[in-house]
Design a protein around this ligand. Structure first.
Ligand code: GDP
Length: 193
């Protein structure tokens, strides 16, 4: 997909700040430092719209990016950062519930994981949480450039097995370094727009 227009509309901390135009939304979730910002920037062809390597522990916000005046990407704050306090984690949880429980314009969630490693417990919990709300999930297994081609299938299978991926969900091997998986990611996302 060609993105002609991309702008951040709001960094929201609560529901009353969410945009209310009714445009369809795709949320993007993932562990801190997994490569979520790089994924966003790569597929929309912008160097720096989503900030990469944002310091964990900074103000946690839901960032609403409006694309082509037609739909939103909603960047969800990363999870699983060890040094975050219990109070911060609880705040994150409340923010997630407020968003995922009732956001009617939300069509699907991109869950970014690292293809090199077995998905963590936090990754699996996030997947199960999204499935509890009956949301379609597109799993993007990023950093594909970091593993040998001969190992691709083995790593993809491990991601699939660890998440116990639903029949309706899809796994997309991806690299922000090489752009591999970009077309497949758009194809998957477009189905929900
Ligand atoms: P975020 O915290 O999930 O938004 O992660 P970032 O997008 O900031 O990426 C974390 C680090 O991983 C950065 O140093 C990126 O350059 C690196 N990174 C992200 N995606 C890839 C990828 O596909 N391949 C490689 N080799 N490095 C990546």
């Amino acid at each position: 997909m060609k993105i002609n227009q991309a702008e951040i509309v709001i960094s929201a901390v609560s529901e009353k700040q969410y945009p209310d135009e009714g445009l369809p939304e795709i949320a993007l979730a993932g562990r801190s430092n997994v490569g979520k910002s790089s994924f966003i920037n790569t597929i929309i062809n912008r160097k720096n719209l989503a900030r990469t390597s944002q310091k964990p522990g900074k103000t946690q916000t839901l960032n609403f990016y409006k694309l082509n005046d037609a739909f939103y990407f909603v960047d969800v704050p990363g999870y699983g950062y060890a040094k975050v306090s219990k109070a911060e984690r609880e705040k994150w949880g409340r923010m997630m519930d407020e968003y995922f429980q009732k956001r009617e314009t939300l069509q699907a969630v991109v869950l970014v994981c690292d293809i090199r490693h077995e998905p963590t417990d936090a990754d699996v919990q996030m997947y199960d949480y999204l499935k509890y709300y009956e949301l379609p999930v597109i799993i993007v297994a990023t950093k594909l450039d970091k593993i040998k081609k001969s190992k691709h299938q083995q790593h993809i299978k491990r991601v699939k097995d660890t998440f116990e991926v639903d029949a309706e969900d899809i796994i997309i091997p991806f690299s922000s370094e090489t752009g591999e998986g970009k077309d497949e990611a758009w194809q998957a996302i477009k189905k929900y727009l």
